[in-house]
Design a binder for this molecule. Structure first.
Ligand SMILES: Cc1cc2nc3c(=O)[nH]c(=O)nc-3n(C[C@H](O)[C@H](O)[C@H](O)COP(=O)(O)O)c2cc1C
Ligand code: SF4
Ligand code: SF4
Length: 250
């Protein structure tokens, strides 16, 4: 039987929902690329799905590091960019380049939408039933292409001269209700929480992924309301409240 897998990076669970749905439709296991993936080489005749959240129209930093450890042998791959209904930017192009460097050949790409991880008021409740139904038909098309051994490259959106992204000034911190459980420290994907000062954040390391807020056992880690409002106003101005739809590039 041919090897099939869905790798994902998902600090606040939206990309994970997409990865799990792909796993269901394609009948293969979803694997958290940060927690559960170690050095791995995919079989030459495998099909590998890579799901990433979009940060500033780019691929998040931890994905670069992980992709050094997961390689193919000219193996078929599908890249899925999950964004918060604002814009995908160069993320699919960048992800495709990363795959190529790791000896995968990209046969399809998808844009999917999930609730914005910096404000629940944008893309609220997505992916919804309509998104998942579209995703199911995308997966069928991709699987049919793979079965026909058609490994042609899709035309993906974006530029190889990736847009500049220097990160966001939004760095969550712990409040007085912190009980020192260490969940945030153990799970930060870039080691930005000092072991001896669990309520603090190293702003130079932090990628604003919100994973610590997502896993905090006491709702202690947070982003101040004023900063959340600034993000919401910015996204509103950029048209992120107008619904965007999933897309397949094949
Ligand atoms: C630091 C950061 C930057 C983001 N940049 C974008 C962006 O450029 N465009 C967009 O539509 N959404 C953007 N988002 C929203 C995420 O792409 C979106 O919410 C994604 O579903 C989060 O995935 P997760 O729930 O798996 O963490 C950003 C989120 C964060 C935390
Ligand atoms: S400290 Fe920053 S990088 Fe670490 S989990 Fe929290 S938001 Fe993400
Ligand atoms: S997860 Fe929350 S309660 Fe636990 S150490 Fe971190 S900030 Fe404190």
């Amino acid at each position: 039987m041919k090897q099939k897998l869905v790798y994902y990076f998902s600090p606040t669970g939206g990309t994970q929902k997409i990865a799990e749905a792909i796993g269901k439709y394609a009948e293969c296991p979803p694997v958290d690329i940060i927690v559960d993936a170690y050095d791995a080489e995919a079989d030459a005749d495998a099909l590998i799905y890579f799901c990433v959240p979009v940060y500033g129209g780019r691929v998040p930093k931890p994905m670069y590091e992980r992709m050094q450890h997961i390689t193919g042998k000219n193996t078929a791959a599908v890249v899925i960019a999950v964004y918060g209904n604002n814009e995908v930017g160069d993320a699919l192009m960048e992800m495709s380049d990363l795959c190529e460097k790791s000896h995968f050949r990209v046969i399809a790409g998808m844009e999917m939408i999930a609730q914005h991880s910096l404000t629940p008021k944008v893309a609220t409740g997505r992916p919804d039933a309509s998104d998942l139904s579209k995703l199911e038909s995308f997966v069928k098309e991709v699987e049919a292409k793979y079965e026909k051994e058609d490994f042609s490259a899709p035309r993906l959106p974006g530029s190889h001269k990736y847009r500049k992204y220097v990160g966001l000034p939004i760095k969550p911190a712990g409040s007085l209700s912190c009980v020192g459980c260490g969940m945030c420290y153990d799970n930060c994907p870039v080691g930005a929480i000092p072991e001896k000062h669990l309520r603090k954040t190293n702003a130079l390391k932090c990628i604003s992924c919100m994973h610590c807020v997502h896993v905090c056992t006491t709702d202690s880690r947070y982003v101040p309301k004023a900063e959340q409002l600034v993000v919401y106003a910015y996204l509103k101005k950029k048209g992120a409240l107008d619904r965007k739809e999933p897309k397949l590039y094949i």
